[in-house]
Design a protein around this ligand. Structure first.
Ligand code: SF4
Length: 173
């Protein structure tokens, strides 16, 4: 997997002060995507152990709430293994941090393993999934942490446990 950027301080993509990873590669090609250069799987540079260590270091300070995964598409089958490795390491070494992930796929596709080999394993290790493509006709600048109102901010564990979508409540941070 390649990645486009690691942001040490991000307050736009999830609650609190966060570290963000923008991976490369996305096949959704939403009209007016905020980050079209990351559609190319070869954009950016390779992601590996050095970047995992960098992210773990950025996450360690107490004022950092968690990690956000964006792109590009973290759930593209080509990206799942590398993203899963990162998420496992964060869970093992910094269990107090929360993990948000943005995807153009739907929760229902990922929870049944319809996309790639590791979607369920990755999903199970997330706290929150912001799902669905960006839909220009449903764009709303007033929305917090998402661009169009078709996108859902989902509490992953509660949704998997209950078998029904449980939405994250804005302002609970
Ligand atoms: S899923 Fe995200 S990165 Fe991919 S095209 Fe849509 S808005 Fe852009």
């Amino acid at each position: 997997m390649n990645y486009a950027d690691i942001k040490r301080v991000d307050v736009a993509n999830g609650p609190g002060v966060r570290v963000s990873l923008f991976v490369s590669g996305c096949t959704h090609h939403c009209v007016e995507c905020f980050n079209p250069e990351t559609w190319d799987f070869n954009f950016g540079v390779p992601f590996g152990e050095e970047q995992i260590q960098e992210i773990l270091g950025y996450l360690r300070p107490a004022h950092i709430k968690g990690l956000s995964l964006l792109g590009g598409e973290p759930f593209e089958p080509e990206n799942q293994q590398a993203v899963l490795e990162l998420v496992k390491r964060v869970r093992e070494e910094l269990p107090e941090k929360d993990i948000w992930c943005y995807t153009g796929y739907l929760f229902e596709q990922l929870s049944v393993g319809q996309v790639g080999s590791h979607s369920r394993a990755l999903l199970e290790r997330l706290d929150v999934l912001v799902d669905g493509p960006f839909v220009l006709a449903r764009k709303n600048l007033g929305l917090r942490f998402r661009g169009s109102d078709n996108q859902r901010i989902i509490e992953v564990k509660e949704s998997l446990d209950s078998g029904a979508i449980v939405l994250w409540e804005d302002g609970q941070n």
